[in-house]
Design a protein around this ligand. Sequence first.
Ligand code: NAG
Ligand code: NAG
Ligand code: NAG
Length: 236
Amino acid sequence: MLGTWCLALVASAVAVAHASYHCLPGAVELAERKNLKNPQGESYPLGIWVPDWAAGYAVSAIAHVLIEEMLGYNVVDKGPGPATPDAFYALAGCETPTVINRRGCSDLMSIYSHLSLEGWTTAYQSSWDDVQRDYPATAPLNLGAMGYVGRVSAFLTSKLQEEAYYSEGLTLEYYRSYNVSWTNPSKYFDNITAIDTSRLKRCNETRTQVHAAMQQYWEAQLISEVLFADILDSVG
Ligand SMILES: *[C@@H]1O[C@H](CO)[C@@H](O)[C@H](O)[C@H]1NC(C)=O
Ligand SMILES: *[C@@H]1O[C@H](CO)[C@@H](O)[C@H](O)[C@H]1NC(C)=O
Ligand SMILES: *[C@@H]1O[C@H](CO)[C@@H](O)[C@H](O)[C@H]1NC(C)=O
């Protein structure tokens, strides 16, 4: 009996939600919501470029509801894009923003993606600068931080680090230790067979193909080496 009651309640709640299309009290009615319009008279919903990771979906969904129900604009989700720079190109109006070496940009671009949230921007300054330089008329604006920060890095458990260090003096936290002429760091990691390769991309579909991006990565490594040397100097 109890089970039937619960089911009935859920079903009626769903029916109410569908009839009104509201999440929030005081929402602008569906029929009253506006589209954007460009100078040529073309009309379209506001596009949110959605980043393809959990927090990207979450904040995009919140913005979607707020803009529709509180500001009264029709909203459509665009993308998703697996990397932060995809959003830079999408917002500039490029037609294939997720294709690394062919973003589909031109001088005559119409913009259907207008907003993107959750950019992990630190490593992508050169991509941002490229878009600002090459497409100044349509390049996106940075409206500021989300109110929270995140860091990305490789993660090694301290147990693993200590095992490698105390058994053979191998410092897994330092990238120059990953040199097979000297050591075999792979024995501290899972075999490739443990990875579902259908979830990997081919090298030619990743940023390893972008010279400027790889140069920036390499220089960041050199900077960390210099900083390391400075620290040793000041200690010594
Ligand atoms: C790895 O070590 C060998 C032997 O010392 C050296 O010749 C080579 O340049 C090193 N590789 C890298 C990428 O540093
Ligand atoms: C990974 O596993 C395969 C299949 O079991 C094995 O043939 C290969 O030697 C392993 N590679 C390493 C680096 O352990
Ligand atoms: C990457 O290489 C594979 C295999 O050669 C090819 O099928 C694919 O089209 C390439 N992708 C791009 C984006 O060039």
